[in-house]
Design a protein. Structure first.
Length: 229
């Protein structure tokens, strides 16, 4: 599966989002973290901002809802043109119904798990999702240190997907950088959300490319080892 780097604009200049997005032409998608100050202790932006971003870029939008009542609010983000909408399993009342509704609206259905939530929480209905996001920090704020304790869960999830012969992306978000992305790729992640590492760099687009190179190199080493090369 092709590796993807999807920068989070949570670490970008909020007053210049259009310009900031234009600085990362190599990004595979734009990651938008919506927070409501209830599910997580931070308030970012909502539907109006996502709609504005939709108007300023043709890149795919990957919306991550860190909010209460995603069953009520998530469909509107699909209607706004988001190619992928992620909701938290800890917040959803009817995750299967919501995943199917998002797919019916033409969006990829994605579910997110906090660091303390085990992949077993979604095992029985894993096939309902196109992507699973494992948080490698506690959700709420950018710039937190990476939690290595989540990597075994990435491995477990990847094995569950392989055992079921499913085509599901494994995404990680939080503390992803040049220092951590290789470990994420080795554990089985294929989609990497990086915020501070990208927008804190002198050349954000060069950082996107460098992150992808690091992740690809890690996967290539695994393949070579498995083949005995």
């Amino acid at each position: 599966m092709e590796l993807q780097v999807t920068p989070s604009v949570l670490s970008a200049d909020a007053g210049r989002l259009s310009d900031e997005i234009a600085r990362i032409p190599s990004a595979d998608a734009i990651h938008l973290d919506v927070m409501d100050n209830h599910f997580v202790p931070n308030l970012t932006f909502g539907l109006a901002t996502v709609e504005a971003v939709r108007r300023c870029t043709t890149k795919a939008l990957d919306v991550h809802l860190m909010i209460d009542q995603p069953d009520r609010w998530a469909p509107a983000y699909a209607e706004a043109g988001a190619e992928s909408v992620t909701f938290h399993i800890e917040a959803a009342e009817a995750p299967i119904r919501l995943a199917r509704q998002l797919r019916a609206q033409g969006a990829r259905s994605s579910v997110a798990l906090k660091p303390s939530t085990a992949p077993a929480a979604i095992t029985d209905f894993l096939s309902e999702f196109d992507s699973v996001l494992l948080m490698t920090v506690e959700p709420g704020f950018a710039g937190q240190p990476f939690l290595d304790l989540v990597l075994p869960k990435v491995m477990v999830l990847r094995n569950l997907i392989a055992a079921a012969n499913l085509d599901i992306r494994v995404q990680v978000e939080g503390g992803v950088s040049l220092e951590t992305i290789e470990r994420c790729a080795e554990a089985g992640a294929d989609t990497f959300v990086a915020g501070a590492a990208v927008f804190g760099a002198d050349n954000p687009d060069a950082m996107v490319r460098a992150l992808r190179v690091r992740a690809t190199a890690a996967v290539d080493r695994l393949i070579a080892a498995a083949e005995g090369r």
